[in-house]
Design a protein around this ligand. Structure first.
Ligand code: DX5
Ligand code: ZN
Length: 235
């Protein structure tokens, strides 16, 4: 089992203070900056410009994982793929099944690790051939519907699917990283870890829980620090 790692979802940061907020989580020892790229089409939201990410990468050594929620992942890979900090690029299998090998090859050609994202109700069986043929490095389970911020999570569904994935891996091959994105909470993180998930994307339900950007920064820092300690103690 690979070590447990945490990603900070940058969607929850103060977007006019990215440098300050990135440095904070970097100093806390966060493992990844989790970056949601959205096109307002695959999901009903817009994501982040490559220019912003490039600037962000210039002020931190923290690794990044890119979560593409877009209709045209190949275009997004062209736009973002040159950023050195990015270690994983993950793409939804939904809508991309036909071209998935071409997309994976494109990610790997850039020297990045390739991940597949499954929406909440996409079954694990779609990964069988990809795992059998060692095509992918990671799997990301959505714990919520992508691109919609405040909503009820379905940890039981993620838990069951992660167990199914473990069974697949036990039979056919291994993965570097199994992620849960969305709805990870202090109540569910231990159980999700027991299901084999080893990377938690932390957002409004964990790392940034209780944060109000209108509050004094020092108050938010204390909260983020204590949330991070609490999460680490639970896994
Ligand atoms: C979906 C979301 C997440 C989310 C993290 O990709 O953009 O990255 O913020 O989890 P929450 O906010 O549910 O804790
Ligand atoms: Zn995400």
């Amino acid at each position: 089992m690979n070590k447990i790692t945490f990603g900070s979802s940058i969607i929850c940061m103060d977007h006019i203070n990215f440098e300050r907020d990135v440095k904070l989580v970097e100093n806390l020892g966060i493992d990844f900056l989790h970056l949601d790229v959205m096109d307002g089409n695959f999901v009903p939201r817009y994501g982040i410009y490559p220019e912003i990410l490039k600037r962000m990468a210039s002020i931190t050594d923290t690794k990044m994982d890119l979560h593409l929620m877009v209709n045209n992942p190949e275009f997004a890979i062209d736009q973002f793929g040159s950023i050195d900090n990015i270690e994983y690029i993950s793409v939804h299998i939904e809508k991309n099944e036909t071209n998935i090998l071409r997309i994976i090859d494109k990610i790997k050609a850039l020297g990045k690790k390739a991940g597949i994202v499954l929406n909440l109700y996409t079954p694990v069986i779609v990964l069988e051939e990809l795992i059998k043929h060692s095509e992918i490095d990671s799997v990301l389970f959505m714990g919520i519907h992508p691109g919609v911020l405040i909503q009820q999570s379905r940890p039981q569904t993620v838990y069951r699917k992660a167990q199914e994935l473990n069974d697949l891996c036990a039979q056919f091959g291994s993965l570097d990283m199994i992620q849960c994105d969305g709805g990870v909470s202090f109540d569910t993180i231990s159980t999700l870890k027991d299901s084999g998930i080893n990377n938690f994307v932390c957002g409004s339900s964990t790392l940034y829980k209780g944060i109000n950007l209108d509050n004094p920064w020092e108050e938010n820092v204390l909260k983020i620090e204590s949330n991070f300690k609490k999460m680490k103690a639970l896994v």
